[in-house]
Design a protein around this ligand. Structure first.
Ligand SMILES: [Zn+2]
Ligand SMILES: [Zn+2]
Length: 172
């Protein structure tokens, strides 16, 4: 996703607003159990400073994952904000070896927004996903989801000892 800043690049203090939607290949493989299902939607403002462009805004993406406790499929929306100062990259050579890796740079009159957006998304992706805050998870014995269900395993524990013999009788 390229942002053309030609209209503000020479005018310090000038801003442009931008809005775009695009699929980001970097996110295609997903992260762990998270897979991104849609394109990224961006909305933001770029402001020109002296050899530096401030880019800030919001990115929105939809993703699929599973509940950490019960394994149920989930689909979530993630909205992240970004605010970066992009500095002008000098020099003609292709690989500016001295480039500071922690800084985003631009050359000419285009800003490449992909890595800014991907960074913001990965940094803000929740570490834990639950279908609901009180998800009961899975039964450790039979592996069935305990949400709203009761499997026989949990009933076994508080079975009346006097019925125990009867139960084994019926199993025969
Ligand atoms: Zn769950
Ligand atoms: Zn069970």
């Amino acid at each position: 996703m390229k942002l053309d800043i030609i209209s503000i690049i020479k005018n310090i203090g000038e801003s442009i607003e931008f809005e775009m939607t695009d699929k980001l290949e970097v996110l295609d493989s997903g992260i762990g159990t998270v897979s991104f299902t849609g394109p990224v939607t961006l909305k933001g403002t770029a402001t020109s400073f002296n050899h530096m462009i401030e880019v800030k805004g919001e990115a929105q993406i939809r993703y699929k994952t599973v509940c950490d406790r019960c394994g149920e499929n989930l689909e979530r929306n993630l909205t992240v904000s970004f605010n970066e100062n992009i500095v002008e990259r000098k020099g003609q050579d292709q690989d500016t070896a001295m480039e500071d890796e922690d800084r985003f740079t631009y050359k000419g009159h285009f800003i490449e927004l992909d890595s800014i957006v991907v960074d913001a998304i990965l940094l803000n992706l929740p570490m834990q996903h639950l279908c609901s805050a009180d998800c009961e998870g899975l039964c450790p014995t039979c592996g069935n989801s305990l949400n709203g269900l009761h499997c026989d395993c949990s009933e076994d524990q508080d079975i009346d000892p006097r019925l125990e013999s009867l139960k084994s009788y019926f199993k025969k």
